[in-house]
Write a protein that binds this ligand. Sequence first.
Ligand code: MTE
Ligand code: MO
Length: 334
Amino acid sequence: MLIQFPAASASRESDVTPEPVYLSRRALMAAGGTLAAGLALPGRAAEGARYPDVEPANGPAWFDEKLSSTQWQAMVAQGEATTPFSDATHYNNFYEFGTDKGDPASQAGSLQTEPWQVVVDGEVGKPGTYDLEALIKPQGFEERIYRLRCVEGWSMVIPWLGFPLAALLKQVEPTGQARFVRFETRVAPEQMPGVRSGFSLVNWPYVEGLRLDEATHPLAFLAVGMYGRVLPNQNGAPLRLVVPWKYGFKSIKSIVRISLTREQPKTTWETIAPEEYGFYANVNPQVDHPRWSQARERRLPGSLFRPNVIPTRLFNGYDEVAGLYSGMDLRTQY
Ligand SMILES: Nc1nc2c(c(=O)[nH]1)N[C@H]1C(S)=C(S)[C@@H](COP(=O)(O)O)O[C@H]1N2
Ligand SMILES: [Mo]
């Protein structure tokens, strides 16, 4: 049998990618030519089978091409179980599709993600409107299993597929004046019921931003896939940011514009409630949200009877970013 499915109960990092899967994919690629062509569809489905219960999906051709040279498990979350695919794709925040956790899963299917273009502008040597494919072509894919901590107090562990943000920035050549990176999400009212509703607090587009040194930190990541397949729309297809040491709202979805700026961008949640959500939004168990404690988090999935509460860690456990904030008061620069 080509693919071995690990038991759901055994979905620890150590065995999320059983050796037989690696070997069979390599063998598949090595075979090349007619054999690989003939197996193209099973090959795609097999990617989903790296994790239990993943709905397979056909990605664009450029995505499938990258998978053969992907560096699987380039980063893992030691000793932590990966969140089941069904939870990561049915408990979401994506206000463009509604504010209930189930809205993105039920509504985001209508988002047209192909073709997709990204405007790169501001303080860059190579501004332009890029086809997504053109931006991605020079990048090598990695799989990174990151913790995701939402400011609301829940968390997951998600295997992303993509490449470092730094690699894309290098490609577009920031000028010496660039100090921040600003990101914008697509606004398509006809495809986004949350944008249409008119009752939202958000002044669309959803905007996020990073300081340039944060953006070029090796952990800052652009994802085009998760669980070995393309990103589901509810998770921010076709391109989303993942900043694992910051609260989840910094990880902006369905990006259509990346601007290098001199000034700190005005970001969505900071604009709505500056006392509650700062520009930095670094995960910090010692700096509480004004309305709730940030000392702990509910690791999903849990249940009413077994809520699975664990301590929250400074920088979500990614201590290697501490140097970015030396000399800063994390209580006032939250
Ligand atoms: N455009 C956009 N991006 C967004 C959001 C949103 O509402 N709109 N929600 C953010 C929040 S609060 C979180 S916790 C994460 C959730 O990502 P996930 O649904 O893939 O787990 O997406 C972030 N990115
Ligand atoms: Mo969040």
